[in-house]
Each structure stands twice: as structure tokens, then as C-alpha cells.
Design a binder for this molecule. Structure first.
Ligand code: SF4
Ligand code: SF4
Length: 299
């Protein structure tokens, strides 16, 4: 079973790591999968950090960044010498990002989604589209893992264009490798954008009532609405109850791994050491996850 919308070579496999909320261990899982893939692949895996409001994967990998550029949204700029104040641009904008008030046109750049509709409907070509910088994408490597991340500028409210730019630029260059995507947390537009080009989604959760609640929301979006194949990793296993396991059985979601609540894990992560560097006994756990996902994707 393959994801959608992009041409791909035979062995390319795109795995997104998502969770219904932050703080579940999503980044730990994404980094660990990339390290495990690097151990077993002839071609360096690609890790894409789409958690653009908090791109933390790079903190665990000694990345040498070699490229980067600003990215943003194409927003309207109105030439008032041409404008007739007809109001058509304001009428067409479903985001209320452009308004005509008397003999002036106000553009609310931070609300603009860059859809281009206003410039299309302007009868006198008074609108030019200019780039409003909202973030940055940058890439590099640590020698065994290729890495790229998006960074949303402080104060910006729209992560999706940064995530889209990151995926557009780096996914086509993935070659024949395994791609791991660290998605934004939650279940809204940034997650949809992050996982939309994936072959498989790993949902990371905790065995608690909160974990179950957020897992259900993530399953609704990823599995029920987007129809993507998915499996679950239960992190901090042992701290709660069995409700998450029972739910997974009920909805036929495979539990790919259980990572125990272990003080040693918390200690090494707090020092910025990747899980598999500090506790290499977990390497086989992540190798097995990759093998299980590969089997599902090639099915
Ligand atoms: S559609 Fe064009 S001419 Fe009409 S108000 Fe907007 S910018 Fe001005
Ligand atoms: S580009 Fe789209 S969202 Fe932005 S102001 Fe124009 S119509 Fe509105």
C-alpha cells in the first residue's frame, strides 16, 4: 500500500511519526527510527522535522547544516494608482485578509493564506503577489543521516506553508531511502500537511486516559479521514492502564512497540543524547518497527 500524489522509486518509504498531543515521545521515536534506518541502509535515511513550531530533532543529532532559505506566503500588494476600490478582492477572500475601506485597501498579511484569488478577480490588475517571509527551511547531514527542518518564525500563526515548502524541497530528493517525518503534534492542518505524503503513520501515545483521548482524535484524522495505514507505539508503558491496548485491538490498529517507563531514558534524553546512543539495547526494537512497517507498505 502506497501513499498518494508523488511519483516514487521502488524502495522509497515515507513514515510519518505523529501524536494527538505534544510530549508523548514523538521526536524520540522519529530520531530513533532514523538512527535504526541508518544502521541497516546502504543509502542514508532522510529525517524531516515538520514540527516547525518546535523543531527539536536536530538537537539530538550533530547536524552540519549546509543549505537554507527563507520561505513564506505569497500575499497581495495593491497598487492604489490602479485600484478602483470595487471591493471584488475583499468579497472573494474567505479568510477576511483583505478589506476595502473608503479609498484604501487593507491587507492583513498574517491572516493571508496565499490562495491568489484576490489577484485573479481584480478587474484592473492592481494586485501584485509578494512573498511574506514566515519561516525558514534548512538542511544538512551528520554523515549517516540526512536531515532537514522547517522553522516557523516567532509570532507567525501559519505553520502549513513552511511544512509544505520543506516537503516540496526535500522529499523529491529522498532517492531510494527511508524517510522519517517528525510531524507537528495535534490533529489540525499542520498534521494533515505533515503526514499527507506518507506511506505509513506511526502514532505515539501513552497508556493513560489523556493518551487514549488524543490517540482516538489522531486515528479519526489519519485513519478514518485520510485513509492512511497506521500503527501505534505505546510510550512510557506501565504508567497507566490497558485501555489504549484494548482500543487498538477494537479498531484493529497494530501495536508496533511498547517503550517502558524507564528513568534512564528520561535522563539520557534530558542530556540531549539520542535514545539509541545512550541505550543501544533499544536498537532492535526500532529495527523491528521498521521491518514491520516495510512489510505493511510493501503489502
Ligand atoms: S479588486 Fe482590485 S480594483 Fe477592486 S478593490 Fe481590490 S485591488 Fe482594488
Ligand atoms: S491571497 Fe487569498 S487569502 Fe490572501 S488576501 Fe488574497 S484572497 Fe485572501
Amino acid at each position: 500500500m502506497r501513499g498518494r500524489n508523488d511519483p516514487r522509486v521502488d524502495n522509497l518509504m515515507v513514515i510519518a511519526v505523529a501524536s494527538g498531543k505534544g510530549g508523548t515521545g514523538k521526536t524520540t521515536v522519529a530520531v530513533s527510527l532514523a538512527i535504526a534506518a541508518a544502521e541497516d541502509s546502504s543509502e542514508a535515511p532522510l529525517l524531516l522535522d515538520c514540527d516547525v513550531e518546535e523543531p527539536n530533532c536536530g538537537l539530538f543529532l550533530d547536524i552540519d547544516f549546509t543549505s537554507g532559505r527563507d520561505t513564506g506566503v505569497l500575499v497581495p500588494e495593491v497598487d492604489l494608482d490602479k485600484c478602483t476600490y470595487c471591493g471584488k478582492c475583499s468579497e472573494v477572500c474567505v479568510w477576511n485578509s483583505i478589506a476595502v475601506a473608503g479609498e484604501t485597501v487593507l491587507v492583513f498579511r498574517d491572516l493571508c493564506h496565499g490562495c491568489g484569488s484576490c489577484s485573479l478577480v481584480c478587474p484592473v490588475n492592481a494586485i501584485e503577489e509578494i512573498t511574506h517571509v514566515t519561516g525558514r527551511i534548512e538542511g544538512g547531514s551528520n554523515g549517516t543521516i540526512r536531515f532537514a527542518r522547517g522553522i516557523l518564525n516567532v509570532g507567525q500563526a501559519m505553520p502549513v506553508p513552511v511544512i509544505k515548502a520543506l516537503l516540496d524541497e526535500y522529499l523529491p530528493a529522498a532517492g531510494n531511502s527511508t524517510v522519517i517525518i517528525d510531524s507537528s503534534p495535534g490533529t489540525s492542518c499542520p498534521v494533515v500537511e505533515s503526514v499527507s505524503r506518507s506511506d505509513y503513520v506511526i502514532l505515539v501515545t501513552e497508556p493513560t486516559p489523556f493518551g487514549l483521548h488524543d490517540l482516538k482524535a489522531a486515528v479519526d484524522v489519519v485513519v478514518n479521514q485520510m485513509k492512511l495505514p497506521a500503527g501505534v507505539i505505546i510510550n512510557r508503558d506501565g504508567i497507566g492502564d490497558s485501555a489504549v491496548e484494548e482500543y487498538c485491538t477494537d479498531v484493529n490498529l497494530p501495536v508496533l512497540a511498547r517503550i517502558p517507563m524507564d528513568r534512564k531514558i528520561a535522563e539520557i534524553l534530558s542530556e540531549g543524547i539520542p535514545l539509541l546512543s545512550g541505550l543501544p539495547e533499544y536498537l532492535d526494537v526500532f529495527r523491528d518497527i521498521l521491518m514491520a512497517v516495510r512489510k505493511e507498505v510493501d503489502h
